[in-house]
Design a binder for this molecule. Structure first.
Ligand code: ADP
Length: 257
């Protein structure tokens, strides 16, 4: 699906303008990283994209359809096209890997089967196939709490894929992992992008990994996009501009008076 973010703005109640006039477009199957220093607005953007937060202004379109259009059910179906994985995995630790993946189906299930955990054969087979996809089938019946960080992130990826997203938001997916494991997770995400043509939109503070794995980078500073281009067009000057300490920057005062 083609994702279009048009003129998004978000101001918090305390007056902080987290996002201002943010616009970009991502085509199906791209791997795009949003980069910027802490407080730039990356998490806010991702929360708006995955429906956890509303923006004050602007529009998000998926294949030309507004994400906030239609009735509740239509909105939910559209929002389903955007899956998310998180830095801290957000799994149910005492439950098995298989159950965690199956839990992704709960919002689409009728009340009784969902409370009884009656997922059915088709869903269970699909969940197992996805655990195999992330090389964890042998851990299907293992409680998540027994897994390593990298394995937990693999379960989270399988859970996200269970909803067949067109776009996978990866919110600091390797920030809690050691460098070798982090690289393995990004290699898996890259493979999912290449093989399943899922769009990967990553938020990472690791510039080196973002440059290595992404087709494109979007640099945010003080809630505004200051760069949108390929990793090889990211010069030292642009990097300084994105990561500049904005506390003493007069431009910042304009953004947050
Ligand atoms: P990043 O993910 O790039 O570190 P965030 O999106 O978390 O940035 O934050 C952007 C700005 O919005 C920061 O100045 C942050 O302090 C502020 N902010 C984030 N969440 C809230 C909130 N719930 N209330 C007020 N300000 C917030």
């Amino acid at each position: 699906m083609n994702l279009q973010v048009q003129n998004i703005g978000k101001q918090f109640q305390n007056g902080t303008k987290a996002l201002e006039d943010v616009s970009f477009q991502v085509s199906q199957g791209e791997f795009v990283s949003v980069i910027g220093s802490s407080g730039a607005g990356k998490t806010t953007l991702f929360r708006i994209l995955n429906g956890m937060m509303e923006c004050d202004s602007g529009t998000i379109l998926l294949d030309g359809v507004r994400l906030d259009s239609g009735n509740k059910r239509e909105k939910r179906n559209l929002q389903k096209s955007i899956g998310t994985i998180y830095q801290d995995f957000c799994l149910v630790e005492p439950s098995t890997c298989l159950d965690n993946v199956l839990n992704a189906c709960l919002p689409d299930m009728a009340f009784l089967p969902s409370v009884l955990g009656l997922f059915g054969r088709t869903r269970t087979e699909e969940a197992k196939r996805l655990l195999e996809r992330v090389s964890l089938l042998e851990k299907a019946e293992e409680p998540v709490k027994n897994l390593s960080g990298g394995q937990k992130q693999r379960v989270a990826i399988a859970r996200a894929l269970m909803r067949h997203p067109s776009i996978l938001l990866a919110d600091e997916p390797v920030a809690s992992l050691d460098p070798v494991t982090g690289r393995q997770i990004l290699t898996l995400l890259k493979d999912i992008q290449k093989t399943e043509h899922v769009t990967i939109l990553m938020n990472s503070h690791n510039l080196e990994l973002s440059m290595e794995f992404s087709d494109r980078l979007i640099g945010i500073r003080d809630g505004r996009i200051v760069f949108d281009g390929t990793p090889d067009s990211l010069t030292g000057d642009i990097i300084s501009r994105i990561y500049q300490n904005t506390a003493e920057d007069p431009e910042r005062k304009e953004v947050r008076p």
